[in-house]
Ligand binder design. Structure first.
Ligand code: ADP
Ligand code: MG
Length: 281
């Protein structure tokens, strides 16, 4: 019975604490994401949002000192970072790295084939790598959907890309790998309003019954384009408040101090139509 409950959720984080250089950054955090759900985590700078994202992606710098993370019922901590991607977790970085000397198209094709090889194995199907020609037209279609010029495919990954172009390159990777869970860490930072509209549209269109999203942001603007099922407020390494999408609107107007002071909780019962799902513990 207990085991079945775990399988129902895609990602289940229980009582998680994470340390960076012996400093506790994530502090007894709980979060559950089911297939098809969009969660937004909002919080001021330094609240631990990127630390959570990096921990989920398996960055070795982030040490779990307490708690558990289950991915489809299995212990995520036992999976290497690359296994996490192959199993369906994709992180779009807040600060995407430049990789000189490796072209965008060749890197993405290798990743695409590896992901699909594992998927074919899991389904007991024969795997046939995609040809360069077929991959090029697939990639071009994804690039076009986000207004990303075709010549970028021959450039080194992220090298010399503007902030907005780096973010678009992360979105193209998401669209290619079709992960079960996409974690978007400040996908809106450094992006102009036209690009944000395009990115938001691609993300919202990407949602399906079996695809979930965790959108991390400290600025509610992106949520004009993507409607989350849950909005969590993170402060000091903990989720202190969870509501529906209207919570993001309230935060936009009132700021995080309003939530920290407990006023959001006091003001929402009924009138604002905001459904608070948890509150301060
Ligand atoms: P957010 O993404 O919410 O802005 P972060 O997770 O990046 O917050 O950072 C949370 C806290 O952890 C900050 O105080 C930050 O200085 C600290 N921190 C993050 N990464 C490191 C690191 N590599 N070394 C030392 N401190 C870090
Ligand atoms: Mg961050």
């Amino acid at each position: 019975m207990k085991k079945q409950k775990k399988i129902l959720s895609l990602l289940s984080i229980k009582n998680l604490s994470v340390e960076v250089g012996y400093k506790k950054i994530i502090n007894e955090l709980n979060l559950e994401i089911k297939p098809g759900e969009i969660h937004a985590i909002m919080g001021p700078n330094g609240s631990g949002k990127s630390t959570l994202a990096m921990t989920l992606a398996g960055h070795p710098f982030y040490k779990i000192s307490q708690g558990e993370i289950f991915w489809l019922g299995e212990d995520l901590q036992l999976m290497k970072p690359e296994t996490r991607l192959l199993n369906g977790i994709f992180l779009a970085f807040q600060y995407p790295r430049e990789i000189p000397g490796v072209s965008f198209i060749s890197f993405l094709r290798v990743c695409y084939n590896n992901v699909n090889k594992l998927r074919a194995e899991q389904l007991g199907k024969e795997f046939v790598p995609i040809s360069l020609y077929a991959f090029k037209s697939l990639l071009l279609a994804k690039m076009k959907s986000i207004d990303f010029p075709a010549h970028f495919m021959n450039r080194a990954i992220n090298e010399g890309f503007s902030g907005g172009e780096k973010k678009k390159s992360e979105i193209i990777q998401m669209a290619l790998f079709e992960p079960k869970l996409t974690i978007l860490d400040e996908i809106d930072s450094g992006v102009d309003i036209d690009a944000l509209r395009l990115i938001g549209g691609v993300i919202q269109g990407f949602k399906k019954s079996d695809r979930s999203l965790l959108i991390i942001t400290h600025y509610p603007r992106i949520l004009n384009y993507i409607q989350p099922d849950y909005v969590h407020v993170m402060m000091n390494g903990k989720i202190v408040l969870t509501g529906d999408y209207k919570l993001a609107k309230i935060l936009e107007k009132k700021g995080y101090a309003y939530v920290a002071g407990g006023k959001a909780q006091a003001n929402v019962n009924g009138k604002a139509g905001l459904k608070l799902l948890t509150n301060f513990s």
